[in-house]
Ligand binder design. Structure first.
Ligand SMILES: Nc1ncnc2c1ncn2[C@@H]1O[C@H](COP(=O)(O)OP(=O)(O)O)[C@@H](O)[C@H]1O
Ligand SMILES: [Mg+2]
Length: 389
């Protein structure tokens, strides 16, 4: 677009709200077109082909999801930037609209107006390289079966519950077989391998928001792992950093399950992570392996404040105490997740977050506390810069 103004279609059944936004956008030099209902909006969108459509999803006539769906299915508006501007945050509506192909879901506020300005600048191609990047949170352990995948998924859900305005994607990088898809009950075909194999090397950030499956019960989008070793063998590992970089431009938080791997693929991801959640077991052998892992990470320049150590009693009540583990590792354990006997596996088998119920209060509390610590650690580091990938 070689213009410095945009044609913007505003659809809002509330006249004062519609006019207010129109005046605001005209003051920025843009041209506006106004509609009061979903059907009228569709007619104008197809007839006038605006650059951007901003709509309040509370249409008097048709469901907003159908509206977005019809825009996306019509070649004239399949690519048009489409932004929902809702009266108030409605989680299911947000999910449904984004899943239908809406580019953005904002809630009416002064802040939303600033975000609109940015979106418009981006649509006009004025923003050379969007500076926004989300944060990456990697999950790993020194040994399999420590609960890395379960906790990665469950903590992502808890963080999403606490910070409803954030967009979250969980990426399963465990090779040769990912397990998060299985935990959350996703049986579709989109996964890290076929995304990495895509011919088009420059996947736009919107691609992920529009195509990655959203898992409503878990409140995050998922980039599933390799479904089998055969497919894992085909993963072009050199594409992984670029994919993560794009995900960081598309989501506020990128949770990454690395399992127990410290490989050529995972090491740079760990080094560049904003937060490293290290899941600790309770047996001596695992603690020894963890010590080796930690020493290795320190030697590679990963600094201690970035590490959040969580002790997970995945196998039972016995084993090292928290104090013993801390002493062995020379590391503070932030929180201990109690042994939940069959509860955790039961929840996983039902594809439900453990915090969704069926679990003892104390365990849920510990998982929630761990999520709060993840948020706190990320906020604490806000001021510090970090190297680009
Ligand atoms: N705190 C816990 N209490 C009981 N079972 C747990 C706990 N944490 C994990 N588990 C169970 O341990 C098994 C391994 O967990 P998983 O997340 O797949 O580990 P990893 O990804 O480290 O291999 C799963 O069956 C899970 O349900
Ligand atoms: Mg796992």
């Amino acid at each position: 677009m070689a213009r410095d103004f945009a044609y913007i279609l505003i659809i809002d059944s509330d006249a004062s709200s519609r006019n207010y936004l129109s005046v605001f956008l005209q003051q920025q030099g843009h041209r506006t077109l106004l509609a009061a209902s979903g059907k009228e909006g569709l007619v104008f969108a197809w007839r006038d082909r605006p650059d951007i459509i901003i709509f309040d999803p509370a249409f008097p006539d048709i469901p907003a999801v159908d509206f977005v769906d019809r825009l996306r299915k019509d070649a004239r508006t399949a690519q048009t930037v489409c932004i929902a501007l809702a009266q108030r945050e409605h989680f299911q509506e947000r999910n449904a609209l984004l899943a239908a192909g809406c580019n953005e879901y904002l809630v009416k506020s002064g802040e939303a107006l600033q975000q609109l300005k940015k979106q418009i600048a981006r649509a006009l191609g004025q923003e050379s390289s969007p500076s926004y990047r989300g944060k990456s949170i990697v999950f790993l352990s020194a040994k399999g079966g420590s609960g890395v995948s379960s906790l990665c998924a469950n903590l992502a859900t808890c963080v999403a519950e606490k910070q409803k305005e954030k967009t979250i994607v969980v990426v399963d990088l465990v090779l040769p077989i990912g397990s998060i898809a299985n935990i959350v009950g996703y049986d579709g075909t989109i996964n890290i391998v076929n995304v990495a194999l895509q011919k088009d090397q420059t996947i736009p950030p919107a691609y992920f928001r529009e195509n990655l499956p959203r898992i409503p019960a878990w409140r995050f989008a998922l980039l599933a792992g390799a479904p089998d070793p055969e497919m894992a063998n085909n993963l072009p590992a050199d594409r992984v950093p670029a994919i993560l970089e794009m995900l960081l431009k598309s989501y506020d938080y990128v949770f990454i399950d690395l399992g127990k791997s410290l490989s050529r693929i995972s090491l740079p991801i760990i080094q560049q992570a904003d937060l490293i959640v290290l899941i600790l077991g309770t047996d001596r052998a695992t603690a020894t392996l963890t010590k080796i892992t930690l020493d290795f990470l320190h030697a590679r320049g990963v600094d201690a404040p970035k590490i959040l150590a969580i002790q997970n009693r995945a196998v039972g009540l016995e084993g090292l105490t928290r104090a013993e583990t801390e002493k062995m590792l020379g590391l503070n354990i932030a929180v201990t997740i109690p042994y939940m006997a069959g509860d955790f596996t039961f929840a996983n088998n039902r594809h439900e977050p453990v915090v969704a119920g069926h679990t003892s209060e104390a365990s849920i509390l510990a998982v929630r506390q761990a999520a709060a610590l993840v948020i706190e650690s990320l906020e604490r580091q806000k001021v510090k810069g970090r190297p680009l990938l």
